[in-house]
Design a protein around this ligand. Structure first.
Ligand code: AVI
Length: 311
């Protein structure tokens, strides 16, 4: 089987403890549902990070100690809304920089580029579509210093080992003096975290079940959505939110495109996502374990979220 999606889905559904990779949530419909999540008042992460990047841009830029011009390279830029205030600050203060948003979606990059040119005339923007590391490798050859942005608590979706592996790869593709600003969701009152993921509107449930619809479409499968439900759980000791899809009955599902049948037991779980929350000490350890030095944690006023600057 050459198709990576088919391979990953099958590996996950054949495992003793069934699982599906959360990176596959983001087809067009999934990306739209994720926008709805980010707009929910309960999903505090968006507002908290927006506040940091709006109110502390001067402190962030000062902490870089960069000569101009420099590059701002954003990994997984999406609609670029989070970064807008930071870019606006730089343009307003005539600080010379080149913005390099990277995303897998050409459409997202075209839209972002058009919008930024309208709202911030004079901005230098070089959008890139494709593999992070190919683009980072090229950027390493660039003479100017670079600030890498990895925002939105995306790191929380990686298991500990995988997170360190990814961060070390970032590190290997940075020049001496380059810096990383990484968005990390903090441990806090567990009720706040539970409400952000086990949301009463059912949007996160739709986000999870949409993955079954994607499998139906791309692997010609016959998941009956009403026969599955969503469950998630926050463990305040480990800081892990774990999300699952539950099979509501004994059933089998055919994946016709790859000639496979998968059986589900009554109440069987399919693990779909990890969203890890960190303490400040754990951020320090994560930085050290991936060969970075933590410079400053920029926190929002409620201390819900950190944009952490590493060198
Ligand atoms: C993209 N990622 C950081 C989100 C998170 O909070 O883990 C995805 C998400 N899953 C459920 N709600 C939001």
């Amino acid at each position: 089987m050459t198709n990576a999606f088919a391979k990953d889905i099958l590996t996950g559904l054949r495992a003793e403890q069934k699982h599906l990779p959360s990176k596959y949530f983001y087809d067009d419909n999934g990306s739209r549902i994720f926008q709805e999540i980010m707009n929910m008042p309960e999903y505090y992460l968006t507002d908290a990070e927006f506040e940091i990047l709006s109110l502390q841009c001067k402190s962030i830029i000062d902490a870089l100690q960069f000569s101009t011009p420099f590059n701002i390279v954003e990994l997984g830029a999406g609609d670029g809304l989070k970064t807008f205030k930071l870019l606006e600050y730089l343009v307003k203060h005539n600080i010379e920089f080149n913005y390099v948003p990277i995303d897998i979606s050409q459409e997202a990059m075209d839209m972002l580029s058009k919008r930024l040119k309208e709202r911030l005339p004079g901005i230098h923007i070089s959008p890139q579509v494709g593999d992070y590391f190919e683009i980072l490798k090229k950027n390493k050859e660039n003479d100017y210093p670079s600030l890498l942005l990895f925002l939105g608590s995306n790191i929380g979706n990686y298991l500990d080992d995988k997170a360190i592996e990814l961060l070390q790869l970032f590190n290997n593709n940075m020049k001496k003096g380059d810096k990383l600003l990484i968005g990390i969701d903090l441990k806090k009152n567990p009720i706040v975290i539970r409400d952000a993921y086990d949301d009463k509107h059912g949007i996160t449930k739709r986000f999870n079940l949409n993955l079954l619809l994607r499998i139906n479409r791309e692997l010609n499968a016959d998941f009956r959505i009403d026969d599955f439900d969503f469950y998630c759980h926050y463990n305040p000791i480990t800081g892990e939110v774990k999300s699952y899809i539950i099979s509501l009955r004994d059933q089998s599902v055919e994946l016709k495109a790859i000639n496979e049948t998968i059986n589900f037991e009554y109440n069987e779980l399919i693990w779909t996502e990890l969203s890890k929350k960190y303490g400040l000490q754990e951020i320090q350890e994560l930085a050290e374990n991936s060969n970075f030095k933590l410079k400053t944690n920029f926190l929002d006023c409620k201390h819900f979220f950190s944009d952490s600057l590493w060198e």
